[in-house]
Design a protein around this ligand. Sequence first.
Ligand code: C2E
Ligand code: CA
Ligand code: CA
Length: 581
Amino acid sequence: MKKQDDRHHKELITFATVENGYIYWIWKREHNNISYSENWERLLGYRENEISNSPEEWIKHVADEDLKHIHEGISSLLLEDEFSLSYKVKHSQGSHIDILTRIKVISRDEQGKPLCILGTHEDITEVTKIKKELATNQENFELVYAKLENCAFYDSLTGLPNRINIETKLNMIISDAISNSTKGAVLFIDLDNFKNLNDTLGHSFGDEVITKVGEVIKHICHGDVSSARVGGDEFVVVIPKFTHITEVIDFTKKILKSLEEIRTINNNDINLSTSIGISIFPEQGESSTHLLKYADIAMHKVKESGKNNFKFYTDEMTKEIENKMEIQKHLIKAIEKNELVLHYQPLIDANTESVDSVEALIRWYHPTKGMISPLVFIPIAEEFGIIRDLGTWVLNTACMQNKEWSDKGFAPIKVSINVSPLQLEQGDFVVVVKNALSKSGLDPKYLQLEITENVSMKFIDENIKILEELRTLGVNIAMDDFGTGYSSLNYLMKLPIDSLKIDKSFIDNINESSNKELIMDTIIKLAHNLNLEVIAEGVETSDQLNILKKMSCNKIQGYFYSKPLPKNDLEEFLNKKIVNL
Ligand code: C2E
Ligand code: CA
Ligand code: CA
């Protein structure tokens, strides 16, 4: 993994969430794949993941008359570091969209061929149309100019001011607040689960929702309170002056409530909820860029803690982000310096007491910070786009290790690997697994992949297909942490899986709670009826073990038998087990 590329990848993600209206993209020669920030498929009239991210796919959508122009552009990549191209792309419904693509070569190899390119796509259809009108309609210059201005400063869907407009206005409002020693607030409003709604009910319905939300916000914001639409489902409200913070709170609550009261749109029942982040000026910042960013950070905090609410920005929020970035930076180095290792925790067959498999669990010993838990760095790796490389490393290392054990003469066991939802979504996950198997020479039946309930729900049809392909290879699939997500029997029956891992929280105090015992017994019976094996996680005592054995639980994992062990210790454990038998 190239350190520099990842830094740019992170920059891209940060950009993409800060600057809206542009589609950011990055291409790396390593993968020959273009990652887009968001909405690229939507712009072309496709659903998420409907078209691939290859450069060939991009060119496929370019209008025929502009192909030559694009190929010329591509050849100038060898000579120029920075340039732009304007051209037409074909919308899925047949119309054409004018696009302006900016391109910046970030790194090159010794021959000068690009290794990493960053860029943006921008929809300039409206502007191009008006420019053309301007060229042919000189007399009506003022009318056309007014249209151009409208298009540059107002959002065409809701008629509300756009980002540039509100930023300019906010800067003026802040200067007033500073000179009058008054205070104001910026509200960053984001609809919850809008993407879902868009994907299930269609984009034109999504547009109707946005229009309606815009109307409601406009209606609430009268007098000197301004509002704007700054991105897909993002709105901003500026309260220029308040005396008591309760005024801001009441106003925010009013927005939450009014949006919740939108119950139907076009005869479709909807259930809208919203997350709002708030920053205060001038005490938290004196520029629109900072205040919008802070309100945005606070909004994301609301999302993290369950959505449908509001939060005020605090300095700790930025510290937390800085801390995450710091960990992210160290993590990239740790991967390069091989500071990460896998430990292996045995899973014991409840009948035979022999080792059935081992779960690979990642460990990071930081030279100064000491041991960092995967519960801390895995979410960061997911957030910063490192999880795919990390996950591939885990897969390769664990497969290789398991093959080595079988070559050394240990009785064959499975190795079980945690798979992040983002890995499944990466498109070529099956290929990554196949590669790990062929590189290591491990028989697929000795590999198990652990997925979580949440992953399986999100793109249910796509995931079923991937899981089926993996099972066809001979790989086992286990549902991890069962009972902690949004489990539904319906999904459970649909999913092609081999076993259920019941979360530790069900096993804790099982001996003291008849309720827990009953739930556990029911889950095990149900799983057996569905032909699934049951694995109990986090078993710590012999009491728990005996209860689980009585319930015919198939496999046991937990400190009672062993903690996760470094590879050498695990070998010792395997040897001891053989002696004990
Ligand atoms: P998990 O998949 O649920 O893994 C089980 C966790 O429970 C492990 O924590 C394990 O050490 C711990 N555990 C096992 N038996 C007991 C017990 O008897 N008592 C108690 N108190 N704990 C027990 P660990 O290693 O800290 O891993 C935490 C989580 O990090 C894992 O939860 C998994 O979600 C994630 N993780 C670990 N390695 C990887 C990896 O390679 N890739 C991905 N994507 N996630 C990983
Ligand atoms: Ca697991
Ligand atoms: Ca688990």
